[in-house]
Write a new protein. Sequence first.
Length: 591
Amino acid sequence: MRVVLRQEMPEDNELRIQWNTLVEKTGRPQVFYTYEWSLAVSRAYSETLKPLLFLAYDERDALCAVAALAMSAPGQVSFLCATTGDYCDFVSLPEHKPDFVAGLLAELSRRGIEDMVFTNLPADSDSVPALKQTATQQHLHCFARTAYLCAQISLESLERGPDGQIVVPRKKMVRRFLNAMGREAPVRLDHARSWQALRPILPQFFREHVARFLVTGRISNLARPERRKFLEELGQLLSKAGWLVCTRLMSGERVFAWNYGFQFHGTWFWYQPTFDSDLEKYSPGFCLLSQLVGDAAQDGTIQQIDMGLGAEEYKERFANQTRETLYVALKKSATQHFGQILRYDLSALIKGWPVADNGVRLLLMRYRTFRQRLKRLGVRETCIWAATRVRSAIAARDEVFFYELTNPHQKLLEPEGMFLKTIDLSTLAAATTQNADDEATLGYLLRCAHRLRAEDHSVGFALTNATGELLHFTWAGPFENFYWAELGSTLPPPAPGSIVLFDSWTPVSQRGRGHYGPTLGLVVSRIQREGKRSWGFSASTNTASVRGLEKAGFRHRFSVVRYRLLWWQRLVQKEAAVRGANVTMSNTSPS
């Protein structure tokens, strides 16, 4: 074989034809192995992935093997499509596989690459024995473990009723839910197979996917612009080849659920699904999959549905077979090799003990937070912060200023080009995509999503501009029974029906632009129209918040001081200094 290394993904139609012809000749062709898939990845992730494309030609100068790899980190190589493909492999005819893999690993070692990670490699692929054999010959340490068990539906193995129709799980429940969702118009499946049909529906799909993940306490990969670009590029490329099929479960123009998927060599791929979280009680995702199975069974070209990565419970109800994928790591260093095995075994042990698993996750989260603080503040300021936290854990005096939000300045009520909107899942999804690199804001948005689902009588507001940028957020809720984390207690409301504004937040990219005051002013104006009094508060040490409240024209009415020693605390309420004497509101209480 003659091997050619390309350090970019060429836009070459002749190569595309040869590459895909080779994929067709492999034992189990996958859409993830095609030229189009690798091209879409290279276009979308050009900033972070540097392709290493190995092309092997036989004595007739015909393409006989392809390895689409990438430098994922200094000194580390992986599959180019590792983060996007359900299955990844070296593409070649079986008779060329051992020699190609041996030559490939030798060339990588010659280039100083001592860390090779091949994930989502099918366990039944002939690449697995070739990798293990070559690793032994070239004195590389090989570690292989299960990555995923991909759930699949073999259509010919499904139970059929007397009428010959497929019997799907929970058929009566699905029929009931479809009837409920289809009160205004019959529920149907819509399949977008062209770029012209796909392009206009992608923005809503992206938004609903991000919103759905927020509801489950996670950040969708579609929050990142490169992932959205990847699906756009993939849609254009696969639709030309006739492999794209983006399916929607609809009633009239209302969309309940989506699946961004493909049909390739007799397999229908359940690749990236989502559904409208407002209709969760009707299980629209489950209904979509159920309908999709019925459509596939009527299509004579489809033999199976591959539900891909992830062990979601609903997949197990449909699956009648699985396909295992592996994580295979090859390392020069024995120390790194055995360290990796030790970490994996410890992780497996901890996952089997839920209490320990939750504890480790909490420690890791706090460690990451501490590292971010250290990076942002530096060693000296971080040490001062840590010392203050230790001291305040033993004994502390905390003071919170309370402001009555009345008569905000007129200029706050007429911010140029900005307006107020109520927070919903769609708003939070838009904010997530706008702040994909702002971890602190993403954490705040997850908290907001949880609060939306909790139905705790609070309402969120966001300041936005004409272009849709979300500039500032705040929440309003009943003062009565409101728990003040800063004081470790609740307080009696200063007046019946009082509303408190809390949990305000400005994304890092928008800070220092004066969005705090206008947001509060607009919210207060809305509350006043309902005949209610509104209150704001700030820790006395938060000078930026205090300055913002006072600059907006809000009046400091009183303060509450908490004196704390270990588990004992005392709350003292004081009127604002300009208004006279101190008044004690409560005595000692447990923290």
